[in-house]
Design a protein around this ligand. Structure first.
Ligand code: NAP
Ligand code: FER
Length: 336
């Protein structure tokens, strides 16, 4: 069997913000399967900030994408051919290494089967997938909110942030969301019922945090790092908890920034700072998925997606993600 596969490969390593000519279209022919392998027709691509790190040379929790290789990342698709007894044609699967291509040939161990009757299948890379698990475990296991806490979350309208704020409301917190436009802030306040919002593009974050959290910030769920984090952490409350989830403001820097020194605020307030990678909680994903799915069904959680059509739009959409152009979880829907 021969399948023509169109894909997007890494042409060169981005310097600073990625550019369109860092990526290139390519095609190949996918041929026979070995035992244990399946071919998946990709339907949804998940574009996530961590992918920027994989485009760089520096080794992190996974090896970098090689020049000329397909951009790998989370995706959902349909099995079109299988040499694995556990998978049959038509099964819907999610995998973390499928990537920016029309078809992916992988060992079936690399994917998990999705029940399409439970929720729209793309939620497997969203609210019921990696970003959802990040919000759930980052909040409940790292930040440990208690009712009445003042909680601040940055990148608050994004995939992780929108969920952190809503879960914190469920946990009885007073929630302040920080985002990059009035439209995003209005959505957080009016649709998601956040208590306060800050548009960091025009508001003074330090002053607004002082105004909204006069007794200090009990929990800061940090998605961005940089100056925003400095402004929030310098308002930390006694015994505050800072969960370092992401530092997107730093991902495209060519030189490290220097900034305010927040260690004294951490020290004098006996605050704790903990970074985490969501994969740490993998053994517990299924419990979290059930809880999140229940909250979705009960409309206690609302989930916003930003859907772009066509594989060829992946590079420009990814560049947009780094610059705040997405509003909600960024997904690419492939032409069927
Ligand atoms: P997202 O929030 O949907 O999209 C990224 C958002 O970051 C943009 O829309 C933009 O929104 C904001 N942003 C970009 N540059 C910024 C800057 N310089 N300063 C402030 N905000 C900026 O992405 P996501 O998937 O939910 O990820 C959010 C964060 O969580 C990222 O840092 C990511 O790396 C991290 N993460 C960590 C883990 C983990 O295991 N630790 C797992 C998943 C995600 P604005 O318009 O508001 O600027
Ligand atoms: C992310 C940002 C960073 C993420 C993982 C990392 C899964 C890990 C980075 C590293 O190991 O260097 O959004 O999501």
């Amino acid at each position: 069997m021969n399948i023509k596969n169109n894909k997007i490969i890494l042409k060169k390593r981005p310097i600073g913000f990625p550019k369109l000519d860092d990526f290139e279209k390519a095609s190949e022919t996918i041929t026979n399967l070995n035992y244990g392998e399946i071919i998946i027709k990709v339907i949804w691509l998940s574009l996530d900030p961590y992918m920027r790190g994989r485009m760089s040379e520096a080794k992190s929790y996974t090896t970098p994408i090689k020049i000329g290789d397909v951009i790998t990342g989370g995706a959902v698709g349909k099995v079109v051919s299988s040499k694995c007894p556990n998978f049959k044609e038509g099964d819907i699967v999610e995998g973390f290494t499928l990537g920016w291509q029309e078809y992916a040939k992988v060992n079936s161990k690399m994917v998990r089967k999705i029940d399409p009757s439970l929720a729209p299948i793309q939620t497997a890379v969203g609210v019921l997938g990696m970003p959802g698990m990040t919000a759930y475990f980052g909040l409940f296991e790292i930040c440990k909110p208690v009712p009445g806490d003042n909680l601040v979350v940055s990148a608050a309208s994004g995939a992780v942030g929108q969920l952190v704020g809503q879960l914190a409301k469920i946990a009885g917190c007073n929630v302040t969301g920080i985002a990059g436009s009035d439209e995003k802030c209005q959505y957080l306040k009016e649709t998601l019922n956040f208590d306060n919002v800050i548009n960091y593009q025009k508001d003074n974050v330090f002053k607004k945090i002082k105004e909204y959290c006069p007794e200090g910030v009990n929990v800061y769920f940090d998605n961005v790092g940089g100056k925003i984090a400095d402004d929030v952490i310098s308002n930390i409350a006694p015994f505050g908890r800072i969960g370092v989830c992401g530092v997107i403001s730093q991902y495209n820097l060519t030189e490290m920034e220097t900034g305010m020194r927040v260690q004294r605020a951490v020290l004098t307030n006996q605050a704790s700072v903990e970074g985490f990678l969501v994969f740490r909680f993998e053994q517990k994903y299924s419990i979290a998925r059930k809880r999140m799915a229940n909250w979705l069904n009960q409309k206690k959680l609302i989930w916003k997606e930003d859907i772009v059509l066509g594989l060829e739009k992946a590079p420009e959409s990814f560049i947009g993600l780094m610059k705040g152009k997405n509003f909600g979880k960024l997904l690419i829907k492939l032409d069927s």
